[in-house]
Design a protein around this ligand. Structure first.
Ligand SMILES: Cc1cc2nc3c(=O)[nH]c(=O)nc-3n(C[C@H](O)[C@H](O)[C@H](O)COP(=O)(O)O)c2cc1C
Length: 226
């Protein structure tokens, strides 16, 4: 695949075949991803590559705590709820996904089921939890670097025929993830990536999210002809 084919073809995958992913392929994907730049080449990231029983224990713990109403305890900070144009974009992708999955706005049962799918990591055969070293906590740079490597990871996976969805849902109940993945206290849980071979019959996998235009995002300064 060319770079353009990877970047333009990749989309979040939320329905997976049951086929296992060979560890050698995951190693290759991580090797490519870790070419991502990082501040002063500090490479603050660590990866916990989970499958089988440990991943199932995390899924079960996430669902159980969610159903019991245990408040989120994810370790990366949030500014709070989205508003304005950000809220509009959040609603737009939700509408696209719900339309694909035939989930009506008022259908509380299907909506809850969709949320629980997220807490189960969309039943993916693999989940990769990205952490960074706690000594770097408090600044923004390690989080930036983890974002860079995670984006590289999903693109590298796509180039090898694997689908991914970066997701916060899987790490919202961080004690569950920490316990079953064996993550030591000197690392902060940043995000996780559900991974597997895409199930092409799963409707949400066909959803292509929109992007604002370059003209909306970029300001060209000092050019004569931009
Ligand atoms: C930090 C982060 C957290 C995300 N969390 C979730 C999540 O919890 N559940 C989910 O279904 N998608 C999640 N996503 C996927 C985004 O919804 C998706 O990347 C976005 O809508 C753009 O779509 P695309 O990946 O198909 O281009 C997350 C993405 C990022 C970068």
């Amino acid at each position: 695949m060319t770079y353009d084919e990877v970047v333009l073809g990749r989309r979040s995958i939320r329905g997976f075949k049951k086929d296992p992913v060979p560890p050698a392929v995951i190693r290759e994907v991580l090797h490519l991803a870790m070419r991502a730049p990082s501040s002063l080449n500090t490479q603050p990231w660590n990866f916990y590559v989970l499958t089988g029983a440990p991943l199932d224990r995390i899924r079960a713990g996430n669902v159980e705590r969610n159903l019991a109403g245990v408040p989120d305890s994810r370790e990366f900070r949030s500014h709070g709820a989205y508003e304005g144009v950000h809220r509009e974009r959040q609603i737009e992708i939700a509408k696209q996904l719900f339309a694909a999955m035939d989930i009506a706005r008022e259908d509380q049962v299907k909506r809850k089921d969709w949320v629980l799918r997220g807490f189960r990591q969309f039943d993916a055969p693999v989940s990769i939890v990205v952490t960074y070293d706690r000594v770097l906590q408090g600044g923004d740079i390690a989080a930036f670097d983890c974002g860079a490597v995670t984006n590289a990871l999903v693109n590298a996976a796509w180039s090898r025929g694997l689908g991914c969805v970066i997701n916060s849902q899987g790490i919202m109940q961080s004690p569950v993830v920490r316990e079953h993945a064996g993550i030591p206290d000197d690392q902060v849980i940043m995000i996780c990536v559900a991974m597997g071979y895409p199930d092409d019959s799963f409707p949400a996998n066909a959803v292509v999210s929109r992007r604002k235009s370059v003209d909306e995002a970029a300001v060209f300064v000092g050019f004569d002809d931009a």
